[in-house]
Write a protein that binds this ligand. Structure first.
Ligand code: URA
Length: 435
């Protein structure tokens, strides 16, 4: 088999066989096939697209390119959750202790943030001492003992995707539906869960801005999951404005803790209950959404979800006292109110711009090597549909430097549109794709 022929076949709109896909993934992972040939193939795929059969073959080849995590030593049905990423998306922080308190074992591999969306690991590192550098044995034993363990993605998890994603990133070939679906699902399949709940975001802060694209991506990933033998469901949720109010690592941790105490923002609670209910049903802990919602609300009301979170933080070396006293989390030296320049309804908040404000303040990474400041970020006071008077507080910026604060404030003001007419509110949950 020759890589040249594979490129030519795709360029001419042919369908690649499983053997051809296995050949190029194996050759690329080993370093036998050079970047320039794979770049050419990615561009051919970008224009010619892939059939369902090709997408499944690519997903499985990438999932099998490294270790397939074996979670069989963990008791119970393991249900993983994945979000396509968004601004203020602290869902994993609140959701994992909620479902774990309902008896679902959570064995999760998470990533760090890059660009304007934050990563769960960065957020968790707001707890002094917290570490995600667990051995496989510690990971398994923590899940069996505490109910939750979260570790960083190992280099051996779908290494073909790691190489390919980095190449796509610099060759303008990221935004192809089949390539995105296979990239995400290869990592989820390799991470070993029995069932997968996907949160596919749509709107100005999401990867898939158009709802039709988010739906198509969700359908493709759900199909891939089932074809690979995993119970998979996707929730399509709104990311046209930040989720909840807090954007920034430690600020989001505080909001997640408030949610576990029963004081969460309405939209964030709705998303946690919706995703959590799907996890409980997939994990055999609830027969239907009504029972699942009830159980999830109960673990908040009786404090067991909060306790589960504290136990998890402690098991991974973090200071659990910070769960009960959030003053122990990192705090920024400058706290500044952003005042409304006009009166009217907030009709739009450019969500990706809010993420960029947090990035400017030092809360996100420009490159993989950037250091981040866990304390900084922005807490919205008003969201879309709220009415403001001139001089009312629109948001509070937490900063470590006056110059960055000024830049972020200017950008935030530009991101908010204030209009005389009340806007039509977008529902948070846009759809659920089951098969
Ligand atoms: N996230 C991924 O993991 N892969 C993609 O291709 C896009 C988003």
């Amino acid at each position: 088999m020759r890589m040249y022929d594979i490129i030519m076949e795709k360029r001419n709109d042919g369908e690649l066989s499983k053997e051809e896909i296995d050949f190029f993934i194996e050759g690329y992972t080993k370093g036998d096939i050079p970047d320039y040939q794979v770049s050419a193939l990615m561009m051919a795929i970008y224009f010619r697209k892939m059939t369902d059969r090709e997408t499944l073959a690519l997903t499985m080849a990438m999932a099998n390119s490294g270790d397939m995590l074996d979670l069989s030593e963990i008791n119970g049905i393991k249900v993983d959750k994945h979000s396509t990423g968004g601004v203020g998306d602290k869902t994993s922080l609140a959701l994992t202790p909620m479902v774990a308190a309902c008896g679902i074992p959570v064995a999760k591999m998470s990533g760090r943030g890059l660009g304007h969306t934050g990563g769960t690991i960065d957020k968790l590192e707001s707890f002094p001492g917290f570490s995600t550098a667990l051995t496989r044995a510690q990971f398994i034993s923590n899940v069996n003992r505490v109910g939750i363990a979260i570790m960083g993605q190992t280099a051996d998890l779908a290494p073909a995707d790691k190489k390919l994603y980095a190449l796509r990133d610099v060759t303008a070939t990221v935004d192809n539906m089949s390539l995105i679906a296979s990239s995400i699902m290869s990592k989820k399949l390799a991470a070993g869960a029995d069932a997968i709940v996907l949160d596919v975001k749509t709107g100005s802060g999401a990867f898939m801005k158009a709802e039709a694209d988010a739906k198509a991506l969700a359908e493709e990933m759900v199909r891939l999951g089932w074809n690979a033998g995993r119970n998979t469901v996707a929730v399509i949720s709104d990311m046209d404005q930040p989720l909840g109010y807090a954007v920034g690592n430690a600020l989001e941790v505080k909001e997640a803790i408030e949610t576990l105490k029963g004081n969460g923002p309405e939209d964030f609670v709705e998303l946690c209950l919706t995703l959590g209910s799907r996890m409980l049903i997939a994990g055999g802990k609830a027969a239907d959404t009504e029972e699942a919602f009830r159980k999830l609300r109960e673990v908040i009301e009786d404090g067991s979800a909060l306790k589960k979170f504290a136990d998890f933080v402690e098991a991974q070396g973090g200071d659990p006292r910070a769960v009960y006293d959030t003053g122990l989390l990192p705090e920024a030296p400058i706290i500044h109110e952003v005042k409304s320049p006009a009166e009217g309804y907030i009709s739009h908040i450019a969500c990706d711009e809010v993420g960029i404000c947090s990035l400017i303040l030092g809360g996100g990474r420009e490159t993989k090597e950037s250091d981040i400041d866990l304390s900084v970020g922005i807490v919205l006071r008003k969201k879309v549909g709220d009415y403001v008077k001139k001089g009312d507080s629109l948001a509070v910026i937490h900063a470590n430097c006056a110059q960055k604060l000024a830049e972020a404030e200017k950008r935030y003001l530009n991101a908010c549109t204030i209009a005389a007419e009340e806007p039509v509110r977008r529902p948070l949950i846009r759809g659920i794709i089951t098969v």
